[in-house]
Design a protein around this ligand. Structure first.
Ligand code: NAD
Ligand code: IPM
Ligand code: MN
Length: 351
């Protein structure tokens, strides 16, 4: 029997994770679900953002479903030494699980173009997969320091780190429209020069039947929202991918529609890309779609249950057509939207 660990975390994390768990229980009743602490919630209970009990629970799991971590800007958590803050707990989790490839799909489903602020002809049919490197670059390099009026972080990648995430991007492109756009800043950064050369090598060795092109990150930021239809798979480094994926959330209409799957050599980690949304936490209005769609990615990539994943995605699309949450201009509460998804799941399975 598969075992899933859920880590609801902070802010709207527990609200949207509860919704995703309800859906998982409906479509995968045989799966064991075990909840553990992460982030600020873990700091409050144990003094650590990624406690040993969580680390151990995650080690034996078949997949992990995360909510969100982090407090508001003025939270006391943000005054702790950096390694003890909620966000560091999440980074430690990603590293412990070895999840180096973060898949962030951006889709405008048929009949949902009206939720996009873009002109319908630009939004229609958008289907992009951002593949974000998740364990390298500025986020993880040990050469970092804040020292009075001087501070530095270091962007460093090895060829092997670039190659392994590039292979994931080409593998994904092979199952889609066959086009990879590798995004860098090779006109300025040495790291990007290495990135380009490593991606080029992987392409030349094994994926010559796929199309590869290279674009600069600043230009991609503009083209992504002005002409999203030109992209299939977008491959990029950690920080660029973080920023571009929040920007890309504008295309479907909300961060609340953006799920993700983080894959590596072991079990996968599945999480919405949005944060803990302190401005709406506790009000019952958060959009749980990103969390529910992350659960669908867990079914597909974590448990190899593509039919159940499709089923959940279909149910979310129907619920969105019927009545979205406030972030998308609708009136559905978190609970009402989740109930609509559950109803659709049952209808579609003939229950
Ligand atoms: P955020 O993503 O939490 O919120 C940005 C805006 O989007 C807010 O207006 C918020 O209300 C809205 N929003 C986000 N998700 C939504 C949803 N599901 N439904 C409706 N509206 C939604 O970003 P932020 O405000 O910059 O960060 C808040 C905290 O979250 C910080 O502590 C940050 O470090 C943390 N964070 C965590 C993660 C994560 O756990 N993966 C990701 C990003 C930010
Ligand atoms: C995300 C978040 C995280 C990141 C933070 C909270 C560490 O913004 O998942 O996109 O930057 O990776
Ligand atoms: Mn982010």
């Amino acid at each position: 029997m598969p075992r899933i660990v859920t880590l609801p975390g902070d802010g709207i994390g527990p609200e949207v994770t509860a919704a995703a768990v309800q859906v998982l229980r409906e479509v995968a009743p045989d799966v064991t679900i075990e909840e553990h602490l992460i982030g600020g919630a873990a700091i409050e209970e144990t003094g650590e953002p990624f406690p040993t009990a969580t680390r151990e629970a995650v080690r034996g799991a078949d997949a992990v479903l995360l909510g969100t971590v982090g407090g508001p800007q003025d939270s006391p958590w943000n005054r702790l030494p950096r390694p003890q803050r909620p966000e560091s707990g999440l980074l430690a989790l990603r590293r412990a699980m070895g999840c180096y490839a973060n898949l962030r799909p951006v889709r405008v489903l048929p009949g949902l173009e009206h939720l996009s602020p873009l002109k319908p002809e630009l939004a229609r049919g958008v289907d992009i997969l951002i593949v974000r490197e998740l364990l390298g670059g500025l986020y993880f390099d040990g050469d970092r320091r804040l020292d009075g009026d001087s501070a530095h972080n270091t962007m460093r990648y090895t060829r092997a780190e670039v190659e392994r995430v590039a292979r994931v991007a080409f593998w994904a492109a092979g199952q889609r429209r066959g086009r990879v756009t590798s995004v860098d800043k090779a006109n300025v950064l040495e790291v990007s020069e290495l990135w380009r050369s490593a991606v080029q090598d992987v392409h030349g060795r094994k994926y010559r039947d796929l199309t590869l092109n290279h674009e600069y990150v600043d230009s991609v930021a503009m083209l992504l929202v002005s002409n999203p239809g030109r992209y299939d798979v977008v491959l990029t480094e950690n920080l660029f991918g973080d920023i571009l994926s929040d920007l890309a959330a504008v295309i479907p209409g909300s961060l609340g529609l953006m799920p993700s799957a983080s894959l590596g050599d072991g079990a996968g980690l599945f999480e919405p890309i949005h944060g803990s949304a302190p401005d709406i936490a506790g009000q019952g209005v958060a959009n749980p779609a990103a969390a529910i769609l992350s659960a669908a990615m867990l079914l597909r990539h974590g448990l190899n249950r593509p039919a159940a994943a499709n089923h959940v995605e279909g149910a979310v699309a129907r619920a969105l057509r019927a009545g979205p949450t406030a972030d998308l201009g609708g009136r559905a509460s978190t609970g009402a939207f989740t109930d609509a998804v559950l109803d659709n799941v049952q209808v579609m399975s003939g229950a």
